[in-house]
Design a protein around this ligand. Structure first.
Ligand code: M6R
Length: 593
């Protein structure tokens, strides 16, 4: 996790880095810091807390054109001043910011740095001292390459040197780093959205590379010191619109963007009623004997709908895997599986690790992602864009519905069957609009009723149960209420023991075949003191149901039921005065194992 930004150029480095860090705060917000060149020496400002606090403690009294900055999601050590970045080497020559985790940092300390003092508990402070250690015998870039050769783990590093202050060195392995050029300077950051508006060219830094960056000169080398020519791409930054507009929170803005996102997907992937997907991708799926979805969190819950589409529409056996579980286990594979990774960010390390593992074994890889320039996209044979535009709120919303929409289109294209999918997706976008406008008062009312609960349960069956998984994740991550989702049939096998007087149990009912059985299961919970709530589809609704959603095609209902639950989570968190876009302990992009 963590976000890093560096700038070297003619403009004010301080404001470019602080603005960049604000844009990267979604990656972690435990502490922050920066190092700015004042004449011939770097000055460091850092503390626990957010970028707003860093802005307050930064000195604005000097001109500065070179600097590096960091926003932290703590991995090694408490959230405090000492563990905040930048870190400085013992002789005060090198200063560094780090995103990633060095797995062998304890061993490196023992093997090379036993004479060094350490002022933090971080793995990052080991790197900066290792660079100092080698710099005593060689030039700076060789010292950095030598240090890199000893590091095991993931890292994106920006390093500055007080003895040669007009240069930023950057290196990377497994953790994202992007370099952007404008006419008057170079910015390096964890994500494009941290770039200033005038960046017009960029390139994605490859693993095991070092860049030596001067104001108008970028030199890239591999670990052996051989120069590599970077391939720059043009950049239109309006595509990365990250303003909050009139909204108080990104989350609500992103919930309300969903109808537009779905329409954008329809425009991109349909030609009349035909789904337009690269025929090589279709062939690759048709030539496989099983589809394996791999994802985490919200993207995992969206993947269950992918499984549903591919099995129902295409008759292809499909399984969904939790990415982190596949890192260490080796489930039996069929002869010709194909892997579909679903990831909003395209930077989730658990997914990347699994992706590399199965790519090495020669299997074809598809990514469904919101970041077509991401690491995952880079390693994939095929990439499908979910067209959701930047998602800032830590709680994913639009990427869930967008991923499901793209998976449904892919399954349709593979099946080559005539379906009414385009109209049905259009209908979904209209219904989400209706939910946002018409159902908001009811959702707010329900949020008020459940806001002080100790625990909440979502129940459903089949696709309503999968929607419940996502609904529960949304509610727990921003309201901090212990929320879980169960197949309603499972309640009586243990969980019902947790029902106390007034415990909210929210049933999602959108499928005809399971309507009455879910209601019976809810009644069983109510008989034991639960306060039951029902979110149902109009055609199946009872008049006393709490939230009734206009009808959509039966196989797309999670795209609408979850929107109600996203709004419910939002208003519960709002009434509890929680930090909605940046919930505690979390970060948007999970780039650690
Ligand atoms: O970027 P990804 O889709 O790979 O992220 C996966 C999860 O970390 C993410 O969905 C997480 O669960 C969200 N915070 C949920 O709202």
């Amino acid at each position: 996790m963590c976000g890093i930004v560096g700038y070297i150029g003619v403009k004010d480095a301080r404001s470019i880095i602080l603005e960049g860090l604000k844009a990267l705060e979604y990656r972690g917000y435990d502490s922050s810091g920066l190092a700015l060149l004042d004449k011939n020496e770097f000055k460091i400002y850092k503390d626990k807390g957010r970028i707003a606090h860093l802005c307050e403690i930064t000195d604005y009294s000097f001109e500065t054109h070179v600097g590096i900055g960091h926003t932290r999601w703590a991995t090694h050590g408490m959230v405090n001043y000492d563990n905040s970045h930048p870190h400085i080497s013992n002789n005060k020559r090198f200063i560094l910011v780090h995103n990633g985790i060095i797995e062998n940092y304890r061993k490196l300390k023992i093997d090379y740095l036993s004479d060094y003092n350490f002022y933090s508990e971080t793995d990052s402070e080991v790197i900066v001292n290792l660079i100092e250690f080698y710099s005593k015998k060689m030039c700076t870039d060789s010292a950095i390459r030598k240090a890199m050769s000893k590091l095991e783990g993931s890292y994106a590093l920006l390093i500055v040197d007080n003895e040669n202050p007009d240069v930023i060195y950057c290196v990377k392995n497994k953790t994202p780093l992007i370099l952007g050029m404008s006419n008057d300077g170079v910015t390096i950051a964890s994500d494009i959205i941290a770039f200033p508006k005038d960046v017009n060219k960029y390139f994605i830094f490859e693993d095991q590379r070092i860049a030596i960056i001067k104001q108008n000169d970028v030199k890239i080398m591999d670990l052996m010191g051989f120069e590599i020519k970077p391939e720059f791409k043009d950049l239109k930054l309006d595509e990365y619109n990250i303003s909050k507009g009139n909204y108080d929170h990104y989350m609500l803005k992103e919930i309300e963007e969903q109808p537009d996102v779905i329409r954008r997907i329809i425009t991109k992937y349909f030609d009349d009623d035909n789904a337009v997907i690269d025929y090589k991708l279709i062939d690759a799926i048709n030539n496989s004997d099983k589809i394996n979805f791999v994802a985490c969190g919200t993207s995992l819950y969206a993947s269950f709908m992918g499984k549903y589409f591919f099995e129902k529409l295409c008759g292809i056996p499909t399984e969904c895997f939790v990415a982190s579980e596949l890192v260490y286990s080796n489930p039996l594979m069929t002869k010709k599986p194909i892997f579909i990774f679903v990831s909003q960010s395209g930077e989730t390390l658990d997914c990347i690790t699994v992706m590399k593992k199965y790519k090495q074994q020669g299997f074809k890889i598809i990514s469904i992602t919101n970041s077509v320039e991401s690491t995952m996209a880079h390693y994939s044979d095929f990439v499908l864009d979910i067209c959701a535009n930047t998602e800032i709120s830590v709680a994913s919303t639009k990427s869930y519905t967008a991923s499901i929409a793209v998976m449904s289109i892919l399954a349709k294209a593979v099946s080559n069957k005539k379906t009414n999918l385009k109209n049905n997706l259009n209908r979904v976008s209209q219904v989400i609009e209706d939910i946002i406008v018409d159902l908001k008062p009811l959702v707010k009312d329900m949020a008020k009723k459940i806001q002080n609960s100790k625990a909440i349960f979502y129940i459903g069956r089949g696709i309503d149960y999968w929607a419940g998984d996502e609904a529960a994740l949304k509610l727990k991550e921003i309201s901090y209420i212990n929320t879980d989702s169960y197949s309603s049939g499972e309640l009586k096998h243990g969980t019902i023991a947790l029902i106390e007087d007034g415990t909210p149990v929210i049933a999602i009912i959108t499928q005809e075949g399971t309507n009455s059985i879910i209601r019976s299961n809810l009644a069983e919970a109510e008989a034991r003191g639960a306060k039951g709530y029902v979110i149902s589809l109009e055609s199946l609704a009872y008049s006393k149901d709490d939230i009734i959603i206009p009808n959509v095609a039966h196989y797309l209902t999670p795209m609408v039921s979850v929107v109600v639950c996203q709004m419910l989570a939002y208003y519960v968190a709002l009434y509890k005065n929680n930090d909605i876009d940046k919930p505690k302990n979390l970060a948007k992009s999970v780039t650690v194992e």
